[in-house]
Design a protein around this ligand. Sequence first.
Ligand code: IPE
Ligand code: IPE
Ligand code: MG
Length: 254
Amino acid sequence: MSGEAKRSIPAFAQPSGGGVPAHVAIIMDGNGRWAAQRGLPRFEGHRRGVEAIRRAVRAAGDLGIRYLTVYSFSSENWRRPAQEVSDLLGLLKRFVRHDLAELHANNIRVRIIGLREGLTQDIRMLLDEAEQLTRDNTGLTLVIAFNYGGRQEIVQAMRSLARQVKDGTLDPDAIDMDTVETALDTYGIPDPDLVIRTSGEQRVSNFLTWQTAYSEFIFLPDFWPDFDEATLRAALLEYGRRERRFGGLSAQAS
Ligand code: IPE
Ligand code: IPE
Ligand code: MG
């Protein structure tokens, strides 16, 4: 292989040493069906879903995961009935207000990804406060994907790079994968090693489009409000049995 070709292999493509994934990202799905199964309103499913987030954060820290991303509201979730959207925004506000002090006390760093424009001033201030207060914490990083869409994130990144080209501060020929990453919301956060989706749906629903190019995916039948440490442990065991090749050859073959 020529030196030139070698240099073009991106940094993400280093085979993992196995073990515990550094970054687990979760598509928390099935709150509504969890509630429907019990004859409860959807809101109750969402409320119980917040408790599952608390369990997931605790378990992730205990299991040595460094980054936990939770998909809590997608760019497309505005399509839901106004009452449900308002319930979901209310639960986010309550979660940040109620849990921020404890997250901070537990040395957890909070990052929010997704579009802030279009959110009301009170929510934007809460999200800013959560990031500011916890920015120097050194424990688990909890990434909350809120008003997030993977394609929208890439569009924003392209706009930002295009502005730099227009200003004359960026040479188009110098744009590489690292440059693109500097313009994403997830800048500085390693790509997810493992993506878990609950509720039996097997799709990505516009989550971390750029970042999951080589992630492992695990689809679980459980509804999100039932998620607990045992669920996470089982997923990590399954992850440990996967072989990540990043386009290379199996360890046995090479
Ligand atoms: C996940 O549960 C929460 C959000 C998407 C905000 P759902 O609300 O999607 O629950 P189901 O898929 O209808 O069961
Ligand atoms: C994905 O779940 C978004 C979140 C978990 C926040 P959805 O329930 O919105 O996804 P679809 O519509 O079934 O693809
Ligand atoms: Mg759903």
